[in-house]
Each structure stands twice: as C-alpha cells, then as structure tokens.
Write a protein that binds this ligand. Structure first.
Ligand SMILES: Nc1nc2c(ncn2[C@@H]2O[C@H](COP(=O)(O)OP(=O)(O)OP(=O)(O)O)[C@@H](O)[C@H]2O)c(=O)[nH]1
Length: 388
C-alpha cells in the first residue's frame, strides 16, 4: 500500500469509527475488525494482526450461529401461528425475524456490540410479551438463559456491562416465572409442544455457544503458548523458554534434584555465509542446523535458540561423563548432515558443555558454559569443550 493510500485508510477509518459504517474497497473485513467495540482489540492504526483478526472472526461465527438459530426458530413460529390462526403472535414473530436478520448485517460489518444488543432486546421483549400472552407454561422465557450466556461469552462489552445485562435477563426470567399467570386460551393444548420446542430451541444455542467458545479458547491458548515459547525461524524453543527451563532444573531441591547438563552451541564462521550468500541463505543454514541438532537430541532434552546463531540445550537427568561422547559425535557428524547449495565450506558448530553443579545458579552455569564455548572457539572451532 503506498503512503497516500495508507493515510487515506487511516483518515477514513477514523471518520467512520464513530458510526461504524465501515466499508472500503481495500480490505473490508480486516478494517471492519478495527471498529469492533472491543476496547482491548481497538487500535489507532489500520493494521489488525492475524490473531486478533481470527479472534474477531470467531466472534462473528458465534454470533452468526446465534442469528441463524434465532431466525429459523422465529420463522417456524410465524408458520405455526399462521396455521393456528393467531395473527398477533405471527406478527410479533415477523418483527423478531426482522430483528434477527438485522443482527446478521451488524455481524458482517463488525459491529458485534450492536448485533448482540439487538439480540438481547429482542429476546428480552419477546420473552416478556410471549409469556404475558401465553403464560410460563409455553416456555418462551427459557431463551433468556442462552442470551445471558452469549452476553458473558462474547467480549463485545466490558465484563461489568456484560454482567449487568446478563443479570437483567436472569432477573426477568425469575420474575416471569414467579409472577406470570398460567393462561387458558385456545392454544393451551399446544403448550407442551411450545414448551418442548422452546426448551430445545433455547438449549441449542446455549450448547453451541459454549462449544464454539471452548474450541476457540483452546485454539487461541495453544497458539499464544506457541508464540510465547517458540522461535519463529527455527521452531525450537525461544530464549525465554530455555531460561525458564534452566531455572527450573537449577532450582530443583531434595528428591527431585538430579544431575543435569547444558550445552551452548555457536555456528562457526557464520558471518561468512551471510556476507557471501546473503541473509536468507544464512537463515536457511540456521534452520538446517537447528533441525539437525534437535533431531539428534533425546525427546527429553530441551533445544532452544539462545539468540542469533547460538543454541542452548538442556539435558536433564544425565551426568557429563555419560553425555560427552554423544555430543562429540553430534558435533563431528554435523558437516555430513548439513549442506548448502553453492557452499563448499564445512558447516560446523562449536560446543560448550558442562554439568550444572549442585546449588549452582542458572546465571553461574550460563557463565561457565559460555566460557567453555569461548574456549572451543579459541581452540580452533568445530569441537566440544567441556568443563569438568
Ligand atoms: N541470517 C541470519 N544471520 C544472523 C541471525 N542472527 C545473527 N546473525 C548473524 O550471525 C553472524 C554472527 O557473526 P559473528 O558473531 O561474527 O560470528 P561468526 O562469523 O559465526 O564467527 P565465530 O562465531 O567466531 O565462528 C552475524 O553476521 C549476524 O548478523 C539470523 O537470525 N539470521
């Protein structure tokens, strides 16, 4: 997007932000996501990250499901009340279907807050009206429960406001049950049918909303955990995770305490690759090296990218004497496993390897393993130096 177009989008977004009449030819739904009245997601710029965009799409999905169920349920009631020759109730349901159709449109332009407000007003007034006309036995008040859940599950309003509106629905449910009289009119014989239909119709969105929210939460949670713990380029754990793991093993006490080793690994003459073949080839080598190293480790070992062309490995429950040979083989074998097109020089790494001592802090262990790595570099690279 060129600069002037970029400003155009920002100005346009700011203008329509208030009214939420959001439609541009550039990227309709992505910009629509910007005006959703979810303060945590609201940005001052025109870019919305994929994760937030996905989360907003998830909200749209839940609300569209609710809108569809609302439309279908009320449409069935229109047909039923026409069949039962009850025009007033048929008209009420025509108004309801219109309201639910309107919610689709607000979902589409990203105004989930208006959409859910319309749903809430419709469900509340419909429950009050239908229960006043037909009595509690017809079961129209049961829609108030899924509406309360929807209000709480969808982050369109603040938690406080969602709670207030949800409580209004539950209070209405209670009052309707306590104060509504049973009505005896021409439709009384159909009340069991209404009741079954209403309870089923109310339960379905309840269960669907809970299922979609839960799977959306799971997906988002694992995505966030992965983003927080993994290195984007190599897919190894990142430095934060590596340090957390190191602190965990270093701080173990009593019976849980077991010997463990760590290794700091640095690619040899990596700058040469970058300088001669370019940064993207450098990245390619980093991916190949990290893949070779992590595949060479045991499942219980922790492989992390420590930074740039450095990796930190943690080997739990093992003594140095038992691991040294394995690490030396990994080091020696690397050039046979990691190659790059148009690069005839050996691709290798230097390794610092230590066993973390009892009561040694993570910081001290890191310093010691760094000294070993420095020694490996100083000795001519492509070797393992361990500190006994
Ligand atoms: N392509 C790429 N290069 C990186 C990345 N992170 C760090 N580097 C480069 O890694 C190089 C590290 O160079 P030096 O620290 O001089 O070390 P070296 O050339 O590997 O030499 P020795 O470590 O002494 O064997 C620098 O050119 C950095 O720009 C990365 O994510 N991708």
């Amino acid at each position: 997007m060129n600069q002037s177009r970029f400003y155009f989008v920002i100005i346009k977004v700011q203008l329509i932000d208030e009214k939420a009449l959001l439609y541009t030819q550039l990227n309709k739904s992505r910009i629509a996501a910007l005006v959703v009245n979810t303060s945590k997601f609201k940005h001052q710029h025109s870019f919305t990250s994929n994760h937030i965009f996905n989360s907003l799409q998830q909200t749209s999905k839940i609300l569209n499901t609710a809108s569809s169920i609302g439309c279908v349920a009320h449409f069935i009631f229109i047909l039923l009340f026409i069949y039962l020759d009850h025009p007033l109730l048929a008209w009420i349901n025509i108004l309801s279907v219109s309201a639910w159709l309107l919610t689709f449109w607000f979902n589409r332009i990203g105004r989930h807050d208006i959409s859910i407000l319309i749903m809430s007003i419709e469900v509340l007034s419909h429950a009050v009206l239908a229960t006043s006309l037909l009595g509690v036995e017809a079961g129209f008040q049961y829609y108030l429960w899924p509406m309360a859940l929807l209000l709480m599950a969808i982050p369109c309003f603040s938690v406080a406001w969602s709670t207030v509106i949800a409580l209004i629905h539950i209070t209405a449910f209670t009052l309707l049950n306590v104060f509504s009289q049973d009505k005896a009119d021409s439709l009384t014989s159909y009340y069991p049918l209404f009741f079954i239909f209403n309870v089923m119709g109310a339960s379905l969105p309840f269960i669907i909303t809970a299922a979609i929210s839960r799977s959306a939460y799971d997906k988002q949670y694992f995505l966030m955990a992965e983003l927080a713990e993994k290195d984007e380029l190599t897919q190894l754990f990142n430095r934060r995770f590596g340090l957390e793991a190191l602190n965990y093993y270093a701080n173990q006490k009593g019976e849980d305490k077991a010997p463990f080793c760590i290794s700091l690994v640095d690619v040899d003459h990596f700058k040469r690759v970058n300088d001669q073949l370019g940064h993207s080839k450098g990245d390619e080598i980093l991916v190949k090296i990290s893949s070779y190293l992590s595949k060479s480790m045991r499942e219980t070992d922790i492989s992390s990218r420590w930074g740039g062309e450095e990796f930190l490995f943690i080997f739990p429950n093992v003594e140095l004497a038992k691991i040294q040979q394995r690490i030396e083989t990994i080091c020696k074998e690397m050039p046979n496993h990691v190659f790059l097109e148009n690069w005839d020089k050996t691709i290798s790494c230097s390794f610092g390897l230590i066993q973390v001592e009892e009561n040694e802090t993570a910081e001290d262990a890191l310093k010691r393993v760094d000294d070993s790595l420095y020694q490996a570099k100083k000795n001519g690279r492509y070797q393992v130096v361990s500190d006994h």
